[in-house]
Write a protein that binds this ligand. Sequence first.
Ligand code: S3P
Length: 165
Amino acid sequence: MKIVLVGYMGSGKTTVGKELSKYLGFRFLDLDAYIEEKTGMKIPAIFKEKGELFFRKLEHQYLSEVLEKNSDIILSTGGGTPCYSGNMEVISRLTKNVFYLRVSIPELVKRLTKEKEYRPLIAHIEEADLPEFFGKHLFERSPFYSLAAHTIPSDGTPQDIALKI
Ligand code: S3P
């Protein structure tokens, strides 16, 4: 069985995925960590030195690779993965167990304000402008996230969310 978690930055995909792997005994894989391992570069460095388009190509290539090569896994994707290169079709061809972790904007602001330096897409946004940025960005991305077979309200704790899944 393959389980895929999708959702915005800060929606808890990695934390929830690790929790879920304890309950189900499946291996947990994180697409960003896989890309970092394969390239020997950190995600912010890939964005800075090679650009976003280069990152999106790697993301597409390694998404297919990781899903095709492994079974009995829980895969957490990057926040943008569903929105590029027909990636949701790639995922849906290989599994129906796709979960969108949906988080409210106030909760995203709470979770991401402290960590924004590590996220290339929001590092340059002023704290006060984050709610508006998230609102617009989520409006663009939600149609892709909504292609997931299941939507899980995810403002709660990782344990609660893993149990819901
Ligand atoms: C991105 C989210 C990040 C990472 C990259 C781009 C995005 O993953 O893949 O910085 O486009 O939303 P997380 O969702 O794990 O932060």
